[in-house]
Design a protein around this ligand. Sequence first.
Ligand code: ADP
Length: 491
Amino acid sequence: MRILVVDDERSIRVGCQEILTKAGHQTDMAEDGFQGQSFIRGDHYDMVLLDLKMPGPSGLELLEEIRRIDPETVTIIITGYATIETAVEAIKKGAYDYIPKPFTPDALRRVVDRGLERRRLALEAAQLRQERERSLLEVAQERSQTRTIIQCMADGVLVANRQGQLVLFNPAALSMLRLQATPQIGASLEEGIQNERISRLLLSMLKERHAPQSFLSEEISLPGEFPATFMVNVAAAMAGEEEPIGAIAVLRDITKLKELERIKSDFVTMVAHELKAPLAAISGYVDVILGSLGEDIEQERKMLERCQERAYSLLALIKDLLDISSLESSSATSKREPLQLRPVIQDIADFLKGMAAENEIQVQLSIAEDLPLISAGRREMERLLTNLLNNAIKYNVRGGKVYLDARRQDGFIRIEVRDTGIGISPEALPHIFDEFYRVKNDCTRLIAGTGLGLAIVKKIVNSYFGQIEVKSEEGKGSTFSILLPAIGGSL
Ligand code: ADP
């Protein structure tokens, strides 16, 4: 410990120094008030042994200064009998003890030990106080962090206390439950959240016995202009007691998930339906043929031809379905590399030449010389262009025309497929990219198709962050325009 002795009597200073140093303390000696003052100001002492009467500032003045610098520094007054009253005065002013002169080494040791013990206790208490303050601060910080997290959560949170009163909620819960006004903390659940089923779940968790750590889960739908569905999970807050101290409901918005489930199940129903018709037809023909095998070979041949047609259309449908599902799983996206579209377009046009010629349809290609490269999978580009050109030929009229124009447009490649065919009515136009959508009228009645071609085209374009647009007039023709990002960006 660090001790300062301030006394103008040399013998006292020497005596103190010897005893205190022997006891293992670090000691400084000041011979008057001035020196004492400069020691106090320049250093930090656990204890000061202080004479009251000496040249320079008095002991009482020094005492005040010591207490100002560190009130926990223990000050012991060294006093002659004549100044005993002043010593009492000093104690009133905050000195810890006094020792009358002359004193024995033992008396000094006793008073110093007692004083230092007091100093130790004071330091310990200060440290504990500091730790307590720090932990209180930590608790407060933690609480505000938890509150912030709950406030920012996308899931709704509602907490009820043992009495069934609403004690905590977050903005997500309020907006999910479409509450106009913020509920009162302490309101009853029924009044606060205005949802009977969630209130019932929370109250059941509070009042009835449930297996430890069990949840109550329920799907809750809110009707209205924007219907929504939530999964509500309710748990008990136990805090080590037998009875729950509260119940917590977490609301998760599963509206989109439900919508996806619905779309998926609609899709499966549609697929089943589309597969059923050709298979039923094939099986019907086979039944008839088997029932009268060999009776009328010509008739059987016709039926088998129809079977073959339906089987082809089934295969086309399955191929399209496989394409759609491979486009949907990103892992199956074909490898993309720099690709020249000119040969791809020419190959497809050659391939479809026969089909066009059957209907006396002319296909004209106009491909810009400076058509940039595209980073693409060849198979995807083939699929996209085949579907568009195929439709332009299929939904055309005898002697009609098909134009394909490919050129650069800013950082994109623009491909336009125009036909002079039957066109699409304004009512049908918004649906043509839907899966399985086919226009049904006298013109299209005899044209085979799966209703998946344009859905595939759109998926491919989207996967390249491109754009597709269609303009059409019934009886005049249609134009499909596509923009796909070119290599090199905005050239
Ligand atoms: P499909 O297998 O029936 O051809 P698509 O998805 O390719 O399926 O096209 C959806 C519907 O859009 C077609 O059934 C057809 O009615 C219409 N359609 C597509 N392309 C054209 C076009 N070029 N001219 C007129 N109608 C078209």
